[in-house]
Design a protein around this ligand. Structure first.
Ligand code: SF4
Length: 261
């Protein structure tokens, strides 16, 4: 007799194996800004922050992304594995904020690492770091962590959210010995207060697991996206920092034993 009924255990296993879907904005190959080498970068939709200098405000709303299966993302990335590997690169899950979709993000990282054999990176603000399971972090070779300010008031002004979850996540990554690159966007008149820079640098230097700091000069290339969305760009009149100001900030990070670029 053919048995049509599926046992609960079999059903649970089937559900667990079913590839998840997520809200995806886009994917791209990039070199230089999303981790080492050439990367296959998946940009997920949805972000709980609203950074004044965001380059990608079109990723903010999860409902604006395209429902996409992990299978489809992995199939696309698989086309570039040889090229990516030859460059010393890998796969980066970015956004938006990838930890807004922690199950999907975890599946992408797991499959990029174990099916495709790629180095994996998670690009996050850390605000939702508590949603990253230990398993997800085990599948993550590198965390690209934005620390947007040391001063809680400035952080809230920049992002609309509190700073503490990001610092908590950074400390957890340090306890796990996870490789981290810290990213700090230098905005004149906003994040360039010497005490603010010193605070981020001292904190990052004290963690012991930060292998690189990217000091990113503010620029306005994303302003056209704000305009296209009909949103006012609050930093319209803010200049980019001068090269010597950027160099001085990098020196502050270096004074704490960090490799700052
Ligand atoms: S965390 Fe990133 S994606 Fe989200 S608002 Fe800030 S810069 Fe934009």
């Amino acid at each position: 007799m053919t048995r049509l009924a599926t046992s609960p255990v079999t059903l649970a296993a089937a559900v667990a194996q079913r590839p998840s879907e997520g809200s995806v904005h886009s994917w791209d190959l990039s070199t230089g800004v999303d981790g080492p080498g050439t990367r296959f970068v998946t940009f997920l939709s949805g972000c709980p922050l609203s950074c004044l200098y965001c380059h990608n405000p079109d990723t903010w709303r999860m409902r604006d992304g395209k429902r996409t299966s992990a299978d489809d993302v992995i199939a696309e990335a698989s086309k570039y594995v040889r090229f990516i590997s030859a460059s010393g690169g890998g796969a980066t899950v970015s956004g938006g904020e990838p930890l807004l979709q922690p199950v999907f993000t975890g599946e992408l990282l797991h499959r990029m690492k174990h099916e495709l054999g790629l180095h994996t990176a998670l690009d996050t603000s850390g605000f939702l770091g508590a949603r990253a399971t230990d398993a997800l972090l085990r599948d993550t070779d590198l965390v690209l962590l934005d620390i947007k300010s040391w001063d809680p008031e400035t952080y809230r002004k920049v992002t609309g959210r509190p700073l503490k979850p990001t610092l908590d996540f950074a400390r957890r990554l340090a306890e796990l010995g996870q490789d981290v690159h810290v990213r700090f966007v230098l905005v004149p008149g906003l994040t360039d207060d010497p005490a603010d820079v010193e605070g981020v640098a001292a904190f990052a230097g004290g963690l012991g697991n930060v292998s690189r700091v990217d000091v990113l000069p503010f620029h306005k290339l994303g302003e056209v996206k704000w305009q296209a969305l009909g949103m006012p760009f609050a930093l319209h009149d803010t200049p980019s920092p001068a090269p010597d100001q950027v160099a001085a900030v990098r020196e502050v990070f270096r004074s704490h034993g960090l490799h700052a670029v």
